[in-house]
Write a protein that binds this ligand. Structure first.
Ligand SMILES: O=C(C[C@H]1NCCC[C@H]1O)Cn1cnc2c(c1=O)CCCC2
Ligand SMILES: [Mg+2]
Length: 511
Protein backbone atom coordinates (compact mmCIF):
# COMPACT_ATOMS: atom_id res chain seq x y z
CA UNK A 1 0.00 0.00 0.00
CA UNK A 2 1.11 3.54 -0.51
CA UNK A 3 0.25 6.19 2.01
CA UNK A 4 0.88 6.34 5.73
CA UNK A 5 -0.17 3.25 7.68
CA UNK A 6 0.36 4.66 11.19
CA UNK A 7 -2.19 7.02 12.71
CA UNK A 8 -0.81 10.26 14.10
CA UNK A 9 -3.11 10.13 17.12
CA UNK A 10 -2.62 6.43 17.84
CA UNK A 11 1.13 6.09 17.47
CA UNK A 12 2.79 9.46 17.08
CA UNK A 13 6.41 8.33 17.01
CA UNK A 14 5.79 5.53 14.49
CA UNK A 15 3.73 7.97 12.40
CA UNK A 16 6.58 10.50 12.46
CA UNK A 17 9.26 8.04 11.38
CA UNK A 18 7.03 6.72 8.60
CA UNK A 19 6.22 10.19 7.28
CA UNK A 20 9.80 11.46 7.11
CA UNK A 21 10.84 8.28 5.30
CA UNK A 22 7.93 7.94 2.85
CA UNK A 23 7.93 11.65 2.05
CA UNK A 24 11.57 11.12 1.03
CA UNK A 25 12.89 13.67 3.53
CA UNK A 26 15.51 11.45 5.19
CA UNK A 27 17.18 8.09 5.01
CA UNK A 28 18.51 6.21 8.05
CA UNK A 29 22.27 5.86 7.72
CA UNK A 30 22.42 2.12 8.13
CA UNK A 31 26.19 1.98 8.62
CA UNK A 32 26.26 3.96 11.89
CA UNK A 33 23.25 4.51 14.13
CA UNK A 34 22.14 7.99 15.05
CA UNK A 35 23.02 9.50 11.65
CA UNK A 36 20.69 10.37 8.81
CA UNK A 37 20.82 11.36 5.16
CA UNK A 38 19.03 14.64 4.35
CA UNK A 39 17.34 14.32 0.96
CA UNK A 40 16.45 17.12 -1.48
CA UNK A 41 13.07 17.94 0.08
CA UNK A 42 14.72 18.55 3.47
CA UNK A 43 17.62 20.47 1.95
CA UNK A 44 15.21 22.73 0.09
CA UNK A 45 13.54 23.59 3.39
CA UNK A 46 16.91 24.11 5.11
CA UNK A 47 18.22 26.26 2.25
CA UNK A 48 15.07 28.40 2.23
CA UNK A 49 15.56 29.01 5.96
CA UNK A 50 19.26 29.66 5.42
CA UNK A 51 18.69 32.21 2.65
CA UNK A 52 16.11 34.06 4.73
CA UNK A 53 18.18 34.09 7.93
CA UNK A 54 21.46 34.82 6.12
CA UNK A 55 19.87 37.83 4.39
CA UNK A 56 18.74 39.28 7.71
CA UNK A 57 22.01 38.78 9.61
CA UNK A 58 23.98 40.28 6.72
CA UNK A 59 21.79 43.37 7.07
CA UNK A 60 22.84 43.43 10.73
CA UNK A 61 26.51 43.37 9.72
CA UNK A 62 27.23 39.75 10.64
CA UNK A 63 30.00 38.25 8.52
CA UNK A 64 30.58 34.63 7.61
CA UNK A 65 33.49 32.49 8.75
CA UNK A 66 34.54 28.87 8.63
CA UNK A 67 36.59 27.37 11.45
CA UNK A 68 38.12 23.88 11.59
CA UNK A 69 35.80 21.13 12.70
CA UNK A 70 38.29 19.71 15.23
CA UNK A 71 39.32 21.01 18.58
CA UNK A 72 42.33 19.97 20.62
CA UNK A 73 42.26 18.54 24.08
CA UNK A 74 44.28 21.51 25.34
CA UNK A 75 41.78 24.13 24.28
CA UNK A 76 38.91 21.96 25.52
CA UNK A 77 40.52 21.65 28.94
CA UNK A 78 40.56 25.47 29.12
CA UNK A 79 36.78 25.56 29.54
CA UNK A 80 36.37 22.20 31.24
CA UNK A 81 33.72 23.57 33.60
CA UNK A 82 31.05 24.09 30.96
CA UNK A 83 32.14 21.20 28.75
CA UNK A 84 32.57 18.63 31.51
CA UNK A 85 28.82 18.01 31.59
CA UNK A 86 28.92 17.29 27.90
CA UNK A 87 32.12 15.23 27.75
CA UNK A 88 30.22 11.96 27.11
CA UNK A 89 28.91 13.46 23.88
CA UNK A 90 32.31 14.26 22.41
CA UNK A 91 33.53 12.20 19.46
CA UNK A 92 37.31 11.84 19.30
CA UNK A 93 39.79 11.09 16.50
CA UNK A 94 42.74 9.14 17.88
CA UNK A 95 44.42 7.97 14.67
CA UNK A 96 45.13 9.16 11.16
CA UNK A 97 45.85 6.27 8.84
CA UNK A 98 47.86 3.82 10.87
CA UNK A 99 49.52 6.59 12.88
CA UNK A 100 48.33 7.36 16.38
CA UNK A 101 47.80 11.09 16.88
CA UNK A 102 50.12 12.72 19.43
CA UNK A 103 47.16 14.62 20.84
CA UNK A 104 43.68 13.23 20.14
CA UNK A 105 41.33 15.75 18.57
CA UNK A 106 37.57 16.09 19.22
CA UNK A 107 34.99 16.77 16.57
CA UNK A 108 33.28 20.05 17.41
CA UNK A 109 29.99 19.71 19.29
CA UNK A 110 29.87 23.52 19.11
CA UNK A 111 32.65 25.96 18.28
CA UNK A 112 33.29 28.24 21.28
CA UNK A 113 36.57 26.53 22.13
CA UNK A 114 37.64 26.53 18.47
CA UNK A 115 36.87 30.17 17.78
CA UNK A 116 37.53 32.14 20.93
CA UNK A 117 41.33 31.81 21.03
CA UNK A 118 41.22 33.67 17.71
CA UNK A 119 38.75 36.22 19.03
CA UNK A 120 41.35 36.89 21.70
CA UNK A 121 44.04 37.33 19.03
CA UNK A 122 41.95 39.51 16.70
CA UNK A 123 40.22 41.74 19.24
CA UNK A 124 42.76 44.29 20.51
CA UNK A 125 41.10 47.70 20.46
CA UNK A 126 37.47 48.66 20.98
CA UNK A 127 37.63 49.63 17.31
CA UNK A 128 37.65 45.93 16.57
CA UNK A 129 34.20 45.72 18.13
CA UNK A 130 31.59 44.59 17.51
CA UNK A 131 33.01 41.42 16.01
CA UNK A 132 30.15 39.38 14.61
CA UNK A 133 30.79 36.07 12.88
CA UNK A 134 28.43 33.26 11.92
CA UNK A 135 29.16 29.86 10.46
CA UNK A 136 26.89 27.36 8.74
CA UNK A 137 28.21 23.88 9.46
CA UNK A 138 27.43 20.59 11.13
CA UNK A 139 28.34 19.49 14.64
CA UNK A 140 28.57 16.08 16.30
CA UNK A 141 27.13 15.21 19.69
CA UNK A 142 27.25 11.51 20.41
CA UNK A 143 23.80 11.34 21.99
CA UNK A 144 23.29 8.43 24.36
CA UNK A 145 19.50 8.66 24.17
CA UNK A 146 17.39 7.23 21.35
CA UNK A 147 17.92 9.36 18.25
CA UNK A 148 15.15 10.44 15.87
CA UNK A 149 15.32 12.27 12.53
CA UNK A 150 15.77 16.05 12.81
CA UNK A 151 14.88 16.18 16.53
CA UNK A 152 17.79 14.30 18.06
CA UNK A 153 20.62 13.19 15.76
CA UNK A 154 24.31 12.63 16.41
CA UNK A 155 25.24 15.06 13.66
CA UNK A 156 23.08 18.02 12.64
CA UNK A 157 23.31 21.08 10.41
CA UNK A 158 22.98 24.41 12.13
CA UNK A 159 24.28 27.92 12.12
CA UNK A 160 26.26 29.17 15.09
CA UNK A 161 26.67 32.91 15.54
CA UNK A 162 29.38 34.21 17.87
CA UNK A 163 29.66 37.94 18.56
CA UNK A 164 31.70 40.24 20.80
CA UNK A 165 30.64 43.72 22.02
CA UNK A 166 32.11 46.54 24.10
CA UNK A 167 29.15 46.83 26.46
CA UNK A 168 26.47 44.63 27.97
CA UNK A 169 23.79 46.86 26.44
CA UNK A 170 25.07 46.38 22.89
CA UNK A 171 25.27 42.62 23.45
CA UNK A 172 21.80 42.31 24.96
CA UNK A 173 20.24 44.31 22.11
CA UNK A 174 21.62 41.80 19.62
CA UNK A 175 20.47 38.78 21.66
CA UNK A 176 16.89 39.93 21.21
CA UNK A 177 17.29 40.89 17.53
CA UNK A 178 18.49 37.37 16.76
CA UNK A 179 15.76 35.79 18.87
CA UNK A 180 13.20 37.72 16.85
CA UNK A 181 14.73 36.32 13.65
CA UNK A 182 14.41 32.79 15.09
CA UNK A 183 10.77 33.52 15.83
CA UNK A 184 10.47 34.71 12.22
CA UNK A 185 11.87 31.43 10.85
CA UNK A 186 9.14 29.60 12.73
CA UNK A 187 6.24 32.00 12.29
CA UNK A 188 6.87 33.38 8.80
CA UNK A 189 8.43 30.40 7.04
CA UNK A 190 7.25 27.30 8.91
CA UNK A 191 3.80 28.64 9.96
CA UNK A 192 4.55 27.66 13.56
CA UNK A 193 3.83 29.93 16.55
CA UNK A 194 6.48 30.18 19.27
CA UNK A 195 6.59 31.71 22.74
CA UNK A 196 9.57 33.98 23.33
CA UNK A 197 11.18 34.04 26.74
CA UNK A 198 14.16 33.53 29.01
CA UNK A 199 15.39 30.15 30.25
CA UNK A 200 15.50 29.59 34.00
CA UNK A 201 18.84 29.01 35.76
CA UNK A 202 18.32 25.24 35.49
CA UNK A 203 17.68 25.28 31.77
CA UNK A 204 20.00 28.00 30.53
CA UNK A 205 23.34 27.33 28.81
CA UNK A 206 25.58 26.64 31.81
CA UNK A 207 28.56 28.51 30.34
CA UNK A 208 26.50 31.61 29.64
CA UNK A 209 24.99 34.58 31.46
CA UNK A 210 21.38 34.18 30.35
CA UNK A 211 19.59 32.31 27.57
CA UNK A 212 16.66 33.54 25.54
CA UNK A 213 14.61 31.00 23.64
CA UNK A 214 11.68 30.42 21.30
CA UNK A 215 9.52 27.55 22.53
CA UNK A 216 7.19 25.46 20.35
CA UNK A 217 4.26 23.21 21.17
CA UNK A 218 3.47 19.75 19.74
CA UNK A 219 -0.33 19.27 19.84
CA UNK A 220 -0.16 15.49 19.34
CA UNK A 221 1.39 14.87 22.73
CA UNK A 222 1.06 18.25 24.38
CA UNK A 223 4.80 18.56 24.81
CA UNK A 224 6.90 21.68 24.59
CA UNK A 225 9.98 21.80 22.39
CA UNK A 226 12.90 24.21 22.38
CA UNK A 227 13.01 25.87 18.98
CA UNK A 228 16.26 27.86 18.99
CA UNK A 229 18.36 29.75 21.55
CA UNK A 230 20.10 33.11 21.64
CA UNK A 231 22.52 33.35 24.55
CA UNK A 232 24.12 36.30 26.29
CA UNK A 233 27.46 34.93 27.47
CA UNK A 234 28.29 37.97 29.58
CA UNK A 235 32.04 38.13 30.15
CA UNK A 236 32.29 34.44 31.10
CA UNK A 237 34.04 33.31 27.94
CA UNK A 238 36.08 36.49 27.46
CA UNK A 239 37.57 35.88 30.92
CA UNK A 240 38.38 32.26 30.10
CA UNK A 241 39.83 33.14 26.70
CA UNK A 242 41.30 36.56 27.67
CA UNK A 243 39.36 38.59 25.10
CA UNK A 244 39.89 42.18 26.27
CA UNK A 245 40.16 45.68 24.88
CA UNK A 246 41.50 48.92 26.36
CA UNK A 247 38.61 50.76 27.97
CA UNK A 248 37.91 53.86 25.87
CA UNK A 249 36.45 55.52 28.97
CA UNK A 250 39.67 55.27 30.97
CA UNK A 251 43.00 54.57 29.32
CA UNK A 252 45.25 51.87 30.71
CA UNK A 253 42.28 49.88 31.95
CA UNK A 254 41.35 46.71 30.10
CA UNK A 255 37.79 45.40 29.92
CA UNK A 256 36.60 41.95 29.01
CA UNK A 257 34.29 42.04 26.00
CA UNK A 258 30.61 41.04 26.27
CA UNK A 259 29.70 38.08 24.05
CA UNK A 260 26.67 36.36 22.56
CA UNK A 261 26.21 33.03 20.83
CA UNK A 262 23.15 31.90 18.97
CA UNK A 263 22.13 28.70 17.15
CA UNK A 264 19.30 27.28 15.06
CA UNK A 265 19.47 23.74 13.69
CA UNK A 266 17.71 21.30 11.34
CA UNK A 267 15.56 20.39 14.35
CA UNK A 268 13.20 23.08 13.03
CA UNK A 269 12.27 20.72 10.16
CA UNK A 270 11.19 18.02 12.60
CA UNK A 271 9.00 20.50 14.49
CA UNK A 272 7.33 21.49 11.20
CA UNK A 273 6.60 17.83 10.35
CA UNK A 274 5.13 17.12 13.78
CA UNK A 275 2.96 20.23 13.97
CA UNK A 276 1.49 20.23 10.45
CA UNK A 277 1.57 16.59 9.33
CA UNK A 278 -1.60 14.44 9.22
CA UNK A 279 -2.61 10.83 8.52
CA UNK A 280 -2.02 11.30 4.80
CA UNK A 281 1.57 12.41 5.48
CA UNK A 282 3.45 15.70 5.26
CA UNK A 283 1.67 19.03 5.02
CA UNK A 284 4.16 21.64 3.82
CA UNK A 285 3.74 25.39 4.39
CA UNK A 286 3.87 26.83 0.83
CA UNK A 287 6.72 29.26 1.57
CA UNK A 288 9.15 26.42 2.20
CA UNK A 289 7.71 23.81 -0.18
CA UNK A 290 10.07 22.79 -2.98
CA UNK A 291 6.97 21.90 -5.00
CA UNK A 292 4.08 24.26 -4.25
CA UNK A 293 1.66 23.11 -6.95
CA UNK A 294 1.34 19.76 -8.71
CA UNK A 295 -0.73 19.45 -11.90
CA UNK A 296 -2.41 16.06 -12.30
CA UNK A 297 -4.07 15.35 -15.65
CA UNK A 298 -7.46 13.65 -15.27
CA UNK A 299 -9.91 12.18 -17.75
CA UNK A 300 -7.08 11.22 -20.08
CA UNK A 301 -7.05 7.52 -20.93
CA UNK A 302 -6.38 5.08 -23.75
CA UNK A 303 -9.46 6.34 -25.61
CA UNK A 304 -8.09 9.88 -25.71
CA UNK A 305 -6.88 10.64 -29.23
CA UNK A 306 -3.17 11.50 -29.55
CA UNK A 307 -4.00 15.01 -30.73
CA UNK A 308 -6.33 15.62 -27.79
CA UNK A 309 -3.65 14.32 -25.43
CA UNK A 310 -1.09 16.60 -27.08
CA UNK A 311 -3.44 19.57 -26.82
CA UNK A 312 -4.02 18.76 -23.16
CA UNK A 313 -0.31 18.56 -22.50
CA UNK A 314 0.31 21.88 -24.21
CA UNK A 315 -2.40 23.57 -22.17
CA UNK A 316 -0.90 22.23 -18.97
CA UNK A 317 2.58 23.32 -19.96
CA UNK A 318 1.21 26.77 -20.72
CA UNK A 319 -0.31 26.93 -17.24
CA UNK A 320 2.96 25.90 -15.68
CA UNK A 321 4.78 28.66 -17.52
CA UNK A 322 2.19 31.15 -16.27
CA UNK A 323 2.72 29.97 -12.71
CA UNK A 324 6.51 30.03 -13.07
CA UNK A 325 6.29 33.67 -14.14
CA UNK A 326 4.17 34.33 -11.06
CA UNK A 327 6.94 32.82 -8.91
CA UNK A 328 5.12 29.58 -8.21
CA UNK A 329 7.07 26.29 -8.20
CA UNK A 330 4.96 23.64 -10.01
CA UNK A 331 5.32 20.28 -11.75
CA UNK A 332 3.04 18.13 -13.94
CA UNK A 333 2.63 14.47 -13.10
CA UNK A 334 2.45 12.62 -16.42
CA UNK A 335 3.63 9.31 -14.94
CA UNK A 336 2.22 6.48 -17.01
CA UNK A 337 0.41 3.54 -15.49
CA UNK A 338 -0.79 5.32 -12.35
CA UNK A 339 -4.39 6.42 -11.77
CA UNK A 340 -5.12 10.01 -10.75
CA UNK A 341 -6.22 8.70 -7.33
CA UNK A 342 -2.85 7.00 -6.86
CA UNK A 343 -1.12 10.23 -7.81
CA UNK A 344 -3.31 12.27 -5.43
CA UNK A 345 -2.26 10.00 -2.54
CA UNK A 346 1.39 10.18 -3.49
CA UNK A 347 1.52 13.98 -3.61
CA UNK A 348 -0.56 14.27 -0.45
CA UNK A 349 1.96 12.06 1.32
CA UNK A 350 4.75 14.38 0.15
CA UNK A 351 2.88 17.37 1.49
CA UNK A 352 2.46 19.39 -1.72
CA UNK A 353 0.29 22.34 -0.60
CA UNK A 354 -1.90 22.60 -3.71
CA UNK A 355 -3.05 20.13 -6.36
CA UNK A 356 -4.46 21.30 -9.69
CA UNK A 357 -6.55 18.73 -11.59
CA UNK A 358 -7.05 19.37 -15.25
CA UNK A 359 -9.27 17.28 -17.51
CA UNK A 360 -11.27 17.72 -20.72
CA UNK A 361 -14.29 18.95 -18.72
CA UNK A 362 -12.11 21.60 -17.05
CA UNK A 363 -10.62 22.53 -20.39
CA UNK A 364 -14.10 22.99 -21.85
CA UNK A 365 -15.00 25.35 -19.01
CA UNK A 366 -11.54 26.98 -19.20
CA UNK A 367 -10.97 26.31 -15.52
CA UNK A 368 -8.66 24.19 -13.42
CA UNK A 369 -9.90 22.34 -10.32
CA UNK A 370 -7.88 22.74 -7.14
CA UNK A 371 -7.57 20.76 -3.89
CA UNK A 372 -5.86 22.29 -0.81
CA UNK A 373 -3.60 19.89 1.08
CA UNK A 374 -4.16 21.52 4.47
CA UNK A 375 -7.97 21.58 4.55
CA UNK A 376 -8.85 19.34 1.58
CA UNK A 377 -11.05 22.17 0.30
CA UNK A 378 -11.76 21.94 -3.43
CA UNK A 379 -12.71 24.59 -5.93
CA UNK A 380 -12.18 25.95 -9.42
CA UNK A 381 -9.98 28.72 -10.75
CA UNK A 382 -10.47 30.22 -14.22
CA UNK A 383 -7.33 29.54 -16.25
CA UNK A 384 -7.23 33.26 -17.06
CA UNK A 385 -6.84 34.11 -13.36
CA UNK A 386 -4.11 31.59 -12.51
CA UNK A 387 -1.30 34.13 -12.20
CA UNK A 388 -3.09 36.02 -9.43
CA UNK A 389 -5.41 33.43 -7.85
CA UNK A 390 -2.83 30.69 -7.27
CA UNK A 391 -0.25 32.86 -5.42
CA UNK A 392 -3.14 34.24 -3.36
CA UNK A 393 -4.37 30.75 -2.57
CA UNK A 394 -0.87 29.69 -1.50
CA UNK A 395 -0.59 32.69 0.84
CA UNK A 396 -4.03 31.86 2.24
CA UNK A 397 -2.87 28.31 2.92
CA UNK A 398 0.28 29.63 4.65
CA UNK A 399 -1.78 32.00 6.83
CA UNK A 400 -4.43 29.41 7.66
CA UNK A 401 -1.81 26.85 8.66
CA UNK A 402 -0.26 29.39 11.03
CA UNK A 403 -3.64 30.42 12.43
CA UNK A 404 -4.64 26.83 13.13
CA UNK A 405 -1.37 26.10 14.94
CA UNK A 406 -1.54 29.40 16.86
CA UNK A 407 -5.05 28.71 18.15
CA UNK A 408 -4.06 25.20 19.15
CA UNK A 409 -0.98 26.44 21.04
CA UNK A 410 -2.88 29.31 22.70
CA UNK A 411 -5.69 26.98 23.81
CA UNK A 412 -3.16 24.63 25.36
CA UNK A 413 -1.34 27.19 27.47
CA UNK A 414 -3.16 27.15 30.80
CA UNK A 415 -2.61 29.58 33.66
CA UNK A 416 -2.69 27.49 36.81
CA UNK A 417 -3.10 28.92 40.33
CA UNK A 418 -3.83 25.67 42.20
CA UNK A 419 -1.15 22.97 42.40
CA UNK A 420 -3.69 20.15 42.17
CA UNK A 421 -4.75 21.41 38.74
CA UNK A 422 -1.27 20.89 37.28
CA UNK A 423 -1.21 17.16 36.52
CA UNK A 424 -4.76 17.00 35.11
CA UNK A 425 -3.87 19.95 32.90
CA UNK A 426 -0.69 18.26 31.62
CA UNK A 427 -2.70 15.09 30.99
CA UNK A 428 -4.95 17.13 28.74
CA UNK A 429 -1.95 17.92 26.56
CA UNK A 430 -1.45 21.40 27.96
CA UNK A 431 1.56 23.44 28.87
CA UNK A 432 1.06 25.32 32.11
CA UNK A 433 1.89 28.85 33.25
CA UNK A 434 2.48 28.83 37.00
CA UNK A 435 3.55 31.41 39.61
CA UNK A 436 7.16 30.32 40.27
CA UNK A 437 9.92 31.42 42.62
CA UNK A 438 12.67 30.85 39.99
CA UNK A 439 14.78 28.76 42.39
CA UNK A 440 16.64 25.87 40.72
CA UNK A 441 16.11 23.43 43.60
CA UNK A 442 12.41 24.16 43.62
CA UNK A 443 12.34 23.50 39.88
CA UNK A 444 14.05 20.12 40.39
CA UNK A 445 11.41 19.29 42.99
CA UNK A 446 8.57 20.31 40.68
CA UNK A 447 9.93 17.88 38.08
CA UNK A 448 9.97 15.09 40.67
CA UNK A 449 6.53 15.93 42.03
CA UNK A 450 5.03 15.80 38.54
CA UNK A 451 6.76 12.58 37.49
CA UNK A 452 4.18 9.81 37.71
CA UNK A 453 5.60 6.56 39.05
CA UNK A 454 5.50 4.39 35.99
CA UNK A 455 3.20 1.58 37.13
CA UNK A 456 4.04 -0.25 33.91
CA UNK A 457 0.39 -0.80 33.12
CA UNK A 458 0.49 -2.43 29.72
CA UNK A 459 -2.04 -0.01 28.30
CA UNK A 460 -2.20 0.71 24.54
CA UNK A 461 0.31 3.31 23.36
CA UNK A 462 -2.22 6.11 22.99
CA UNK A 463 -3.71 5.59 26.46
CA UNK A 464 -0.28 5.19 28.05
CA UNK A 465 -0.10 7.98 30.57
CA UNK A 466 3.25 9.72 30.11
CA UNK A 467 5.35 9.43 33.23
CA UNK A 468 7.86 12.23 32.61
CA UNK A 469 7.73 15.22 34.94
CA UNK A 470 7.38 18.78 33.75
CA UNK A 471 10.39 20.99 33.05
CA UNK A 472 10.47 24.74 32.84
CA UNK A 473 10.38 25.80 29.20
CA UNK A 474 10.78 29.55 29.57
CA UNK A 475 9.87 32.70 31.48
CA UNK A 476 7.68 34.28 28.78
CA UNK A 477 8.55 37.87 27.94
CA UNK A 478 4.79 38.38 27.81
CA UNK A 479 3.71 37.95 31.42
CA UNK A 480 -0.06 37.57 32.01
CA UNK A 481 -1.33 40.91 33.34
CA UNK A 482 -3.53 39.45 36.08
CA UNK A 483 -3.30 40.00 39.82
CA UNK A 484 -3.16 36.27 40.57
CA UNK A 485 0.58 36.82 40.87
CA UNK A 486 1.91 39.73 42.88
CA UNK A 487 5.71 39.31 42.65
CA UNK A 488 7.20 38.73 46.08
CA UNK A 489 3.77 38.23 47.66
CA UNK A 490 1.99 35.38 45.87
CA UNK A 491 3.31 31.99 46.99
CA UNK A 492 5.29 29.85 44.58
CA UNK A 493 2.91 27.18 43.27
CA UNK A 494 5.08 24.28 44.49
CA UNK A 495 3.26 23.26 47.70
CA UNK A 496 6.56 22.33 49.36
CA UNK A 497 8.19 25.65 48.54
CA UNK A 498 8.18 28.46 51.09
CA UNK A 499 9.32 30.93 48.46
CA UNK A 500 7.42 33.75 46.81
CA UNK A 501 6.55 33.71 43.12
CA UNK A 502 8.55 36.12 40.97
CA UNK A 503 7.22 35.34 37.51
CA UNK A 504 4.70 33.32 35.56
CA UNK A 505 6.83 30.49 34.15
CA UNK A 506 5.79 28.14 31.37
CA UNK A 507 6.30 24.49 32.32
CA UNK A 508 5.48 21.28 30.44
CA UNK A 509 6.48 17.80 29.46
CA UNK A 510 9.06 18.34 26.76
CA UNK A 511 11.44 16.91 24.19
O1 LIG B 1 26.24 24.81 22.21
C1 LIG B 1 25.96 25.38 23.22
C2 LIG B 1 25.90 26.86 23.36
C3 LIG B 1 25.85 27.65 22.07
N1 LIG B 1 26.73 27.13 21.03
C4 LIG B 1 26.74 27.95 19.82
C5 LIG B 1 25.35 28.15 19.25
C6 LIG B 1 24.39 28.60 20.31
C7 LIG B 1 24.44 27.73 21.52
O2 LIG B 1 23.96 26.43 21.24
C8 LIG B 1 25.66 24.59 24.48
N2 LIG B 1 26.14 23.21 24.35
C9 LIG B 1 25.23 22.23 24.08
N3 LIG B 1 25.61 20.96 23.96
C10 LIG B 1 26.93 20.61 24.07
C11 LIG B 1 27.91 21.58 24.34
C12 LIG B 1 27.48 22.95 24.47
O3 LIG B 1 28.27 23.88 24.70
C13 LIG B 1 29.37 21.27 24.43
C14 LIG B 1 29.70 19.79 24.52
C15 LIG B 1 28.76 18.87 23.78
C16 LIG B 1 27.29 19.17 23.93
MG1 LIG C 1 22.24 17.85 24.14
Amino acid sequence: IIGITNSKAENFSAWYQEVVLKAEMVEYYQEISGFFVLRPLSMHIWNTIRKWFQGHIEEMGVEETSFPMFLSKTSLDKEKDHVEGFAPELAWVERAGDKKLEVPVAIRPTSEAVMYPYYSKWIRSHRDLPLRLNQWNSVVRWEAKQTTPFLRTREFLWQEGHTAHLTEEMASKEVLEILELYAGVYEQLLAIPVVRGTKTENEKFAGGYYTTTVEGYIPSNGRGIQGATSHALGQNFSKIFHITVEDPQNKGQHVNVWQNSWGLSTRVIGVMVMVHGDNKGLVLPPRIAQLQVVFVPVGINKNTSPEDKKKHEDQMDEMRVTLKKAGVRSESDWREGYTPAWKFNDWEMKGVPLRLEFGPKDAAKEVVSYARRDTGEKGEVPIADLATKIPELLETIQADMYKKAEISFREHRKMITKWDDVLPSLDEKNLVLIPFCLDGKCEDRIKELTTRADDNRDVPENQKVPSMGMKSLCIPFEQPQVNDLVPGETACLNPECKGKAQKWVMFGRSY
